[in-house]
Design a protein around this ligand. Structure first.
Ligand code: ADP
Ligand code: ZN
Length: 430
């Protein structure tokens, strides 16, 4: 079942030809902006997709340096919306959209949701933040385009979320994976039985890195299917890549973006199947085309055919952002390695933070974990056993032995937006 069968099943060669045409159109539009007028001064068009690798990259820094209007490629009177990134890694960047861009994005979001099985008789509860953040409003438009009854609850207020779920029989939810786990605490406190009292069947989880183990945990807790949703505000927002019913990698919509994977150090383009930084070129944007935008997200392209029949290639689950890497006494560690170990141990709870500090000129990694009362017997001996098991399994996964500290459920800091897991306290001690 397809939202746009002709596009989703497009013959590979036709898809490549379309991409080439679109890139050349995007170059032409982009050159109306101050930034690309200079950057692409000696390029008018490319003659094959092989030439994409000769186009210059665009970075987050470029976007910041050209603030506010340096990337705008159309008259202001054609622009109807401004969005901004969450600013997770520094000053936010600004993105503009024409009415065509917004409509196109809504269609793409609808395609994603349909791909994962949502239909117009579903009740859609959107717990993502509305406003400058693209997570909420992006899928809101997509859900309405698909024809679902859309409940724009926004983030937080867990009791109200559950109240809506119960009263309106929400069947599809859009939620941050970290929030899905925290919300379950309220489900338990309210003695809600997910099978008896709720009607949930699908969750779209994304906007932040999460492991396969975390997805499984969410699926088990709520008795649903959870689909990985990838996007970034620079390329519109959610909807850029999405899992189909096969749940094995995210189809990156190749009529909308041209994906490449590069080695983040040498900047060479890597073949499909190799992990590196995802680089995206927009193919249909009017207000603000982006050429070879370096996402800083690490993944690989899966080019093997998908059982669903869609011809658009897939990307693997994002393992991390390049700037998420922690260096602990010279060892490189990504937070997701820690998460997947924690999530694979049922008693280990659902919420955690990672603290890094310095002691006697050595880095120390401390993991604070909320204990899951439901799954944990609670004797001191059990606690010690769990601590040892976590230390051992984490040492195996990351090569560093962390200090494990258990804390009460609900005591760790939370935010309405993306979870902040890593607290690097090293500079403060210097
Ligand atoms: P910010 O970069 O400030 O967080 P955005 O709100 O635009 O701003 O977030 C986009 C980023 O969120 C992506 O570049 C990626 O790092 C992360 N992200 C989005 N979806 C996913 C996902 N499904 N898995 C992992 N990371 C994701
Ligand atoms: Zn598929």
């Amino acid at each position: 079942m397809f939202w746009q069968k002709d596009i989703e099943l497009m013959d590979k060669e036709q898809l490549r030809n379309t991409q080439l045409d679109c890139i050349n159109k995007e170059i032409k539009i982009a050159k109306r902006s101050e930034f690309y007028k200079k950057k692409l001064s000696n390029i008018d068009k490319i003659s094959s997709l092989d030439d994409v690798k000769n186009l210059p990259f665009t970075t987050k820094e470029d976007l910041r340096n050209s603030f506010p209007y340096g990337f705008l490629a159309t008259d202001l009177q054609n622009v109807i919306r401004l969005h901004s990134s969450s600013g997770t890694t520094g000053n936010p960047t600004v993105v503009f959209h024409t009415a065509f861009d917004i409509s196109n994005w809504a269609n793409l979001s609808a395609r994603c949701m349909y791909t994962a099985g949502a239909r117009n008789n579903d009740i859609f509860q959107n717990t993502m933040g509305y406003g400058l953040f693209t997570g909420g409003i992006g899928f809101h438009y997509g859900a309405e385009r698909l024809g679902m009854l859309t409940i724009p609850v926004g983030p937080g207020n867990s009791k109200r979320q559950i109240w809506f779920m119960q009263n309106f029989k929400t069947s599809v939810i859009h939620i941050l994976p970290s929030y899905a786990l925290r919300l379950f605490q309220t489900v338990e406190e309210m003695h809600v039985d997910v099978k008896r009292d709720l009607n949930l069947r699908i969750a779209f989880i994304g906007a932040e890195p999460h492991s396969e183990e975390m997805r499984k945990k969410i699926e088990e807790l709520y008795n649903i299917k959870a689909f990985n949703s990838y996007g970034l505000s620079e390329i519109s927002g959610p909807g850029v890549a999405f899992e189909c019913e096969c749940q094995s990698g995210l189809h990156i919509w190749e009529d909308y973006v041209y994906p490449e994977i590069i080695d983040k150090d040498t900047l060479e383009v890597l073949p499909d199947g190799c992990e590196g930084e995802l680089v995206l070129t927009t193919l249909q944007r009017e207000a603000m085309p982006l050429i070879r935008y370096r996402t800083r997200d690490l993944t690989k392209i899966i080019s093997e055919p998908c059982a669903c029949g869609r011809t658009h290639r897939r990307i693997a689950r994002i393992t991390a952002r390049t700037d998420d890497m922690m260096i602990i006494n010279g060892v490189n560690i990504f937070p997701i390695q820690i998460e997947k170990t924690i999530m694979s141990i049922p008693e280990a709870g659902r919420n955690y933070i990672i603290e890094i500090f310095e002691n006697n000129f050595m880095d120390k990694l401390c993991i604070k974990l909320e204990i899951d009362n439901e799954n944990f017997g609670g004797t001191l001996r059990d606690l010690e056993k769990l601590q040892n098991r976590l230390e051992c399994e984490l040492k195996q996964e990351i090569g560093v032995t962390p200090v494990i500290k258990f804390v009460d459920a609900g005591s760790l800091p939370v935010s309405d937006g993306k979870a902040k897991r890593v607290f690097d306290l090293r500079n403060k001690n210097k």
